[in-house]
Design a protein around this ligand. Structure first.
Ligand SMILES: Cc1ncc(COP(=O)(O)O)c(C=O)c1O
Length: 403
């Protein structure tokens, strides 16, 4: 049977897939031991497995296995809003919709706001699953540079002028950005809000890591700087603070677009996974979330320090790296002779050595940053981190020797 003339939608050509996600099946198919710095997965020790088992046995019943409300399970909405009121991002029930993870929040934002040909500004580097979502709605992506204080918001007016049109949306990961680990400064948050209002652009505020600050002080969130702002579409998830396999997240939007969010979600999946929502709801109801966060933040701080020290010890001035105050990732840029090593090519050598990372080009829609790589420090304990960095060093040595 010939497939030459299948009547593909135009968007099908933009469904490029994800190097990040594909690394999960790639690594699963490797027979040898690999230190996993690639996926942004929580540590096994950071998933409250015993509590989940206990709660599942005690809580799941017939109501768990039928359709749920699109808005989300009522107990989860109540528990989540009550929890968030104790954080720097208080919200209310009429703003929150439970989603199937953060990815669905991004899809909802783009589905509601992005038409084919719309300009969408993305950070460079960025979480390319997010930029790919905008691209799947046929957005034109405009990559904007970053520095140690996150997106260089001051550069946006010039970029927009050169593009000849204003953006429909600005996709930003304000805290411990994936992949760079940097945090958007308070002044830039305010400037971004000003620009969004000037251009009538939606800010897709994707913040899976904000509750994982393990050093420094919280910065004001977009929500706190601009309360009740319909241009703010905030995407959140339990994937990093509890477990990604739950596939439970939420979006926080102005009540005026909440019904549209629900309508859009109804054409995707009707409701998020009900047993997983009930599990999370009961975990929150029992008061476990803040102690859990305190515990895992300490774990991640220890791992971040272990990775920074190990990289300094093993690679010294062959690299520069960011030093995140939270989240999962740091971003390494090769220096000197090593800068000529392609991290895309290095991936194969490193995999054979027994360590996996995400090469820089996989984190830019146009494939920039072939001299950089993303490392996740969250998944491995300090001994494994040292082992992984030594393997990475051997792979870099081999790449240099073969040039
Ligand atoms: C910045 C960012 N946004 C969204 C997501 C997706 O979250 P989820 O796994 O809940 O879909 C991730 C996961 O890595 C992420 O890092």
């Amino acid at each position: 049977m010939s497939t030459t003339f299948l009547p593909y939608a135009e968007r099908a050509a933009r469904l490029t897939g994800s190097v990040i996600d594909s690394s999960t099946s790639l690594l699963a198919s490797q027979p040898h031991d690999i230190v996993r710095f690639a996926m942004g997965s929580p540590a096994d020790e950071a998933v409250p497995l015993d509590e989940f088992r206990e709660i599942s046995a005690a809580t799941l019943d017939h109501s768990s296995f039928t359709y749920g409300a699109t808005e989300g399970e009522p107990e989860l909405l109540t528990g989540l809003v009550d929890y968030l009121v104790t954080t720097s991002e208080p919200t209310s029930r009429d703003r929150v919709t439970i989603t199937s993870g953060g990815m669905q929040g991004l899809d909802l934002a783009c589905k509601i706001f992005v038409d084919p040909g719309d300009l969408v500004i993305v950070e460079s580097p960025t979480y390319t699953n997010g930029s790919a979502t905008a691209a799947s709605y046929r957005a034109d992506l405009l990559e904007a540079p970053m520095d140690e204080n996150g997106l260089i918001v001051e550069a946006l007016p010039d970029l927009v002028e050169r593009a000849g049109r204003t953006p429909k949306a600005i996709y930003v990961i304000p805290n411990f950005q994936n992949p760079s680990g940097t945090t958007l400064s308070a002044a830039r948050r305010e400037l971004l809000l000003d620009l969004a209002h000037r251009w009538n652009s939606v800010i897709i505020d994707d913040d899976p890591y904000g509750l994982l600050r393990f050093a420094g002080e919280d910065l004001p969130s977009f929500q706190s700087l601009s309360p009740s702002d319909p241009l703010l579409f905030s995407v959140r998830t339990f994937s990093k603070i509890l477990a990604p396999g739950l596939r439970v997240g939420w979006v926080d939007t102005d009540p005026s677009i909440r019904q549209l969010v629900v309508n859009a979600k109804q054409s995707m999946d009707t409701c998020a996974n009900v047993p997983a929502q009930q599990l999370v709801a009961e975990f929150i109801r029992r008061g476990g979330l803040s102690d859990h966060l305190t515990r895992i933040k300490a774990l991640y701080l220890e791992r971040k320090i272990a990775m920074v020290e190990s990289l300094k010890r093993n690679l010294g001035d062959r690299i520069t790296m960011t030093d995140p105050e939270g989240g999962f990732f740091l971003w390494v840029t090769l220096q000197g002779d090593d800068a000529a090593t392609s991290t895309t090519a290095l991936f194969e050598t490193a995999l054979a050595e027994g360590v996996a990372f995400i090469p820089g080009p996989a984190l830019s829609p146009s494939g920039k940053f072939d001299d950089a790589l993303r490392l996740c420090f969250a998944t491995s304990d300090p001994d494994r981190i040292e082992e992984g960095v030594q393997r990475l060093t051997r792979a870099l040595d081999a790449a240099r020797a073969h040039r």
